[in-house]
Design a protein around this ligand. Structure first.
Ligand code: NCD
Length: 306
């Protein structure tokens, strides 16, 4: 049974472990094809509409590559400056204009709940590629995939989520996804003004051990997940300046020998470039996993459509 067929991908909050594992297993197979640059015809004749109302580089490009490698096509309604959204066209009208022409929507939007709202207004599956400071579920899948590749498991890990935990949608998605695995400890470290929302901490405590750290203590973490301070979502420049932090090779001396360091990218100053040569740095590998994981998601939602 493919639980993803025809489904929307909006939030990790209510995902089950089995469903995540099934995508990861498909992503393994896709990864082999991807690394050999093999194309398939799985999604021949299908069209993905990319609606990006916020900047994106890697998410958008990796969805497009994923679709192309599976034989499908992309219709982009992307750049708000050049598409009709510059004329004030709403997400609703865009979805309604395209729904008869496409098989799946990939939507990034500055408003929380935008993808869920679009999904409620169309029968075409919707994939949330980031809604404001809320969720970024396919990023969580590629994060899990990268953790599994490196740690050979997803259970029993201590994961430190650091940076902008208030506005960072990637940490929200990843924390909920990880909470469905066994024996997980989630550690949170952020500037005091950018803490993980308290309702999320409460939800997560139902499933896993939660520790809020008052300093950047890397000592216990199997996975260190650093994130960018979300400047575009912080109105006070002083608050932004005070929030900055940096991981360099000196800081990495405090991390476990077999820890891995991840980041959804783009980075600003959170990770010094010198850290790239530390074998524990996995963010570039993580980034490249975007394509096979999105191939898995697209093929499971759209594939086998008879
Ligand atoms: C993230 C995002 O858009 O939330 N980027 C990404 O998709 N890899 C992280 C960020 O912008 O900081």
């Amino acid at each position: 049974m493919n639980a993803w067929k025809g489904q929307d991908v909006i939030s990790t909050m209510n995902w089950e472990r089995e469903a995540m594992e099934s995508v990861l297993a498909t992503a393994e197979k896709m990864n082999v094809a991807f690394r050999k640059k093999q194309r398939s015809t799985t999604l021949n004749g299908t069209v993905m509409a990319s609606l990006f109302f916020e900047p994106s580089t890697r998410t958008r490009v990796s969805f497009k590559s994923a679709m192309r490698l599976l034989g499908g096509e992309e219709t982009a309604f992307g750049d708000p400056k050049t598409s009709s959204s510059a004329k004030g066209e709403s997400l609703y009208d865009t979805v309604k204009a395209l729904e008869t022409q496409v098989d799946v929507f990939v939507i990034r939007h500055p408003n929380e709940g935008a993808a869920a709202w679009a999904a409620a207004n169309t029968d075409v599956p919707v994939i949330n590629a980031g809604d404001g400071n809320n969720q970024h579920p396919t990023q969580a899948l590629l994060d899990l995939f990268t953790i599994q590749q490196n740690k050979k498991k997803l259970d029993g890990l201590t994961v430190l989520l650091a940076g902008d935990l208030k506005y960072g949608r990637t940490v929200h998605s990843l924390a909920y996804a990880l909470s469905k695995f066994d024996g997980i400890t989630l550690q949170f470290y952020s500037p005091s003004t950018l803490r993980m929302p308290s309702f999320m901490l409460k939800d997560l405590r139902e499933f896993v051990k939660v520790q809020e750290l008052d300093s950047m203590n890397l000592a216990d973490a199997d996975v260190i997940y650093a994130t960018r301070i979300q400047k575009e979502r912080i109105s006070d420049p002083e608050e932004y300046r005070k929030a900055s932090y940096r991981i360099d090779l000196e800081v990495m001396k405090h991390a476990k020998e077999d820890a891995i360091l991840m980041h959804p990218l783009p980075r600003v100053d959170e990770i010094a470039v010198e850290v790239d040569r530390d074998p524990r740095a996995k963010y570039l590998e993580q980034e490249s996993n975007g394509v096979p994981v999105r191939m898995a998601v697209l093929s499971m939602i759209l594939g086998d459509r008879s």
